[in-house]
Write a protein that binds this ligand. Structure first.
Ligand SMILES: [Zn+2]
Length: 366
């Protein structure tokens, strides 16, 4: 059995952990750039907590708050230039997956003179600045992964994955997730569920990734079965933990076809990331049951849920994705699926024809 597991991020989870653990920031330097979006860091209280810690530690900061959902490479480059101009010692990302993924790319731009192709070439002369993350959603798992998913100038989502962009330090306090709408809570929760299920059935799975994937599902499935509305603070703690465990799982395996196909829905129809991926999750479960039957049996034994029950939970939780796609647009996507890593990692052999057939089944424009 081959195991390859690396989790270098100091991950601190718990109530009040930013305030109590903030002193760890002082070892990273005297000046930082905060990378965040327009609202969630403020509404959640995470930004206020971060600012009070920075002030207490005498760390100067500037705030770049123009990161939007599906962050662009150009916005990361812009923030990177600001970080350079203030001689930032580290980057502090606050928010959901968009802000945290952006913070990792900003750290690369801040240390190097690169354009977009330089970013994706991985020929970075200098090591990225250290990245610290404060998560405000329970979904992404980006707090513990070496992955940054960005929208490139051709409007395609392209990720960078490199050990040099692991956050050095991440904080998770589930109270920050309480200000999210029910819609967004559900979208983030099904993102975490997609991560754990795609990882579990991935051809790249190993014993360690499966341990995290199963623990994540053990936390998520009963919670989502009950309903992702009116969550208690204990439920939010569980949801957040599940999202981090799912992050550890995909840091080993990457994701499979639901994420590969979900990226297309986010790019072209502006569907939130979690819903865009989870809309393919029921079919991924059926596909896995067919082509990885033993794994599916084990999954059910370990989680206590059979595949049909999981599908019912996915359907109940995933916000509706109400789009129709013309046949010609589906045909035009074919080249995108050739040698696509997410398809290749899926069980059996999920081919470009299978991807197009699934799009026709779910979104055909009659
Ligand atoms: Zn995701």
């Amino acid at each position: 059995m081959n195991i390859n597991f690396f989790a270098p991020t100091k991950m601190i989870i718990g109530s009040g952990c930013v305030l109590t653990g903030g002193k760890l920031l002082s070892s990273l330097g005297k000046r930082c750039l905060i990378v965040t979006g327009k609202s969630s860091a403020k509404a959640s209280g995470a930004l206020d907590d971060a600012l009070s810690v920075l002030e207490e530690q005498n760390i100067a900061y500037d705030i770049f708050d123009s990161i939007r959902q599906n962050p662009t490479v150009s916005s990361c480059k812009e923030a990177g230039e600001i970080a350079k101009s203030i001689n930032a010692d580290f980057i502090l990302g606050i928010g959901g997956g968009s802000a945290l993924d952006a913070a990792k790319a900003v750290a690369v731009f801040a240390a190097n003179d690169l354009d977009e192709s330089g970013l994706y070439s991985y020929n970075w002369e200098k090591a990225p600045l250290p990245v610290v993350c404060i998560g405000t959603t329970a979904g992404t798992g980006s707090e513990v992964t070496p992955v940054s998913v960005l929208t490139a100038s051709d409007n395609r989502k392209k990720s960078i994955r490199d050990d040099r962009i692991y956050p050095v330090l991440s904080f998770g306090d589930a109270k920050y997730t309480a200000s999210l709408s029910d819609f967004f809570t559900r979208s983030c929760a099904v993102d975490a569920l997609s991560h754990s299920i795609e990882s579990y059935f991935s051809k790249s799975a190993n014993d360690v990734s499966r341990m995290f994937a199963i623990r994540s599902c053990e936390l998520l499935l009963p919670l989502l079965e009950k309903g992702a509305e009116n969550l208690t603070s204990q439920d939010r703690d569980s949801l957040y933990l599940a999202s981090v465990y799912a992050g550890y799982a995909i840091s080993v395996t990457g994701t499979a076809f639901p994420h590969a196909m979900g990226y297309f829905l986010s790019e072209s129809y502006d569907i939130p990331h979690g819903s865009a991926c989870a809309v393919f999750l029921s079919d991924f479960l059926l596909w896995s049951q067919r082509f990885a039957a033993d794994d599916a049996k084990n999954f059910s034994i370990k989680t206590g849920y059979d595949i049909e029950e999981v599908i019912n939970i996915v359907k109940k939780t995933t916000p509706t994705v109400d789009i129709r796609i013309a046949d010609s647009d589906i045909d035009a996507l074919y080249p995108r699926w050739i040698d696509n890593k997410g398809l290749l990692r899926s069980p059996g052999s999920f081919l470009p024809d299978d991807a197009n057939a699934l799009l026709i089944k779910l979104f055909k424009h009659y």
